[in-house]
Design a protein around this ligand. Structure first.
Ligand code: CP
Ligand code: NVA
Length: 338
């Protein structure tokens, strides 16, 4: 008897035009794995920022946003710790009336207890989308290759693509439309965060200048791809060694930890090498006087960023962290659909 069958609880109906846009999927996000920004077009990147901005506006007006008619499930498969990525994904799924299942480092034993391909095949029988945080980038590629659900790279040693969506949304909020009137300067390690920023800025036509110590620059494949894209979008891309040159006239100065997860044993050695790359008031004097500071967090005060600059610019850094939520909700609805 139909009356006895539990029905899904009523949810706020999604807002019309936004839902139409997501349903029509004009840029081809649906069921796409997000492993690297190499594989995200400028149109897709812009679409995600637009949807995120609209979801954020709905949230702030406390109007009903988007809700899945029945709960979707997200598997969070993490080999490394996390605050922002885990909580923003879990909160995203709560807002969308879905559910996230967190698998902590050590729970699954990816590639040790069980082959990566088997984990992908089995987990994707239960969940609509997987977000994986891994050491080797090849692990997230292998997961995507064997998963029947889309896979989102929630950070690998090579790239942190979802971070870049939040970074560019934050820049857009503080500076208006993105374009090559803007310059983002990155100072520090040529790591996963810089790799994603190089591609994201190039795709959005934002000039990017990075300063890294000798031997700690980004993978040349990312620089070459950013230069290639920049030639079509007008974004200037440069990687150099002098942080003062990199931050000259910058609209945004961005830094990240000097020792990423998995490199903790190198922290003391890196602190010595990277010391001239600290974002502090002396360095900020070379940027525009109204430049914002961005940091993906977690931060190590008085290492890559002085405590003073961290405190002075906490508004933009916290907005950037908040924007992880809005951009990931956009990516989830674009990839999973409604
Ligand atoms: N920025 C970022 O990804 O933070 P977590 O490592 O805390 O997820
Ligand atoms: N580069 C850092 C980013 C943390 C969000 C790391 O990989 O640890």
């Amino acid at each position: 008897m139909i009356g006895d069958i539990p029905q899904p609880s009523p949810h706020p109906m999604p807002v019309g035009p936004l839902v139409d846009r997501i349903t029509q999927d004009p840029t081809g996000w649906r069921r796409k794995s997000l492993i690297s920004l190499f594989d995200v077009s400028a149109e897709q990147f812009r679409e995600a920022l637009e949807i995120a901005a609209r979801i954020k506006a709905f949230d702030q007006k406390r109007t009903p946003g988007i809700a899945w008619i029945y709960p979707r499930t997200l598997g969070l498969l993490f080999e490394k710790p996390s605050l922002r990525t885990r909580v923003s994904f879990e909160a995203s799924m709560v807002h969308l009336r879905g559910h996230a299942i967190y698998l902590a480092p050590g729970d699954v034993g990816l590639g040790v207890r069980e082959a990566v391909e088997d984990v992908a095949r089995v987990l994707s029988r239960w969940v609509d989308v997987i977000a994986a945080r891994v050491f080797a980038h090849e692990t997230v590629e292998e997961l995507a290759a064997h998963s029947s659900s889309p896979v989102i790279n929630a950070l690998s040693d090579r790239e942190h693509p979802i971070q870049a969506f939040a970074d560019l949304l934050t820049l857009q909020e503080y500076r208006g439309a993105l374009g090559n009137h803007l310059k983002l300067s990155y100072v520090g390690d040529g790591n996963n965060v810089l790799h994603a920023l190089l591609l994201a800025c190039a795709k959005m036509g934002v000039n990017i200048s990075a300063a890294c110590p000798e031997g700690h620059g980004p993978d040349p494949a990312y620089v070459q791809e950013a230069l290639r894209i920049g030639a079509t979008t007008g974004a200037q891309v440069e990687v150099l060694h002098d942080p003062r040159v990199a931050v000259r006239d910058a609209d945004a100065v961005y830094t990240d930890v000097w020792a990423s997860m998995g490199q903790e044993h190198e922290r003391a050695e890196r602190a010595r090498i990277f010391a001239p790359y600290q974002v502090n008031s002396e360095l900020m004097a070379f940027a525009r006087s109204d430049a914002i500071v961005l940091h993906c967090l977690p931060a190590h005060r008085d290492e890559e960023i002085s405590a003073e600059i961290m405190e002075q610019h906490r508004a933009s850094i916290l907005d950037q962290a908040e924007n992880r939520l809005h951009t990931q909700k956009a990516l989830l609805v674009l990839i999973v659909g409604l």
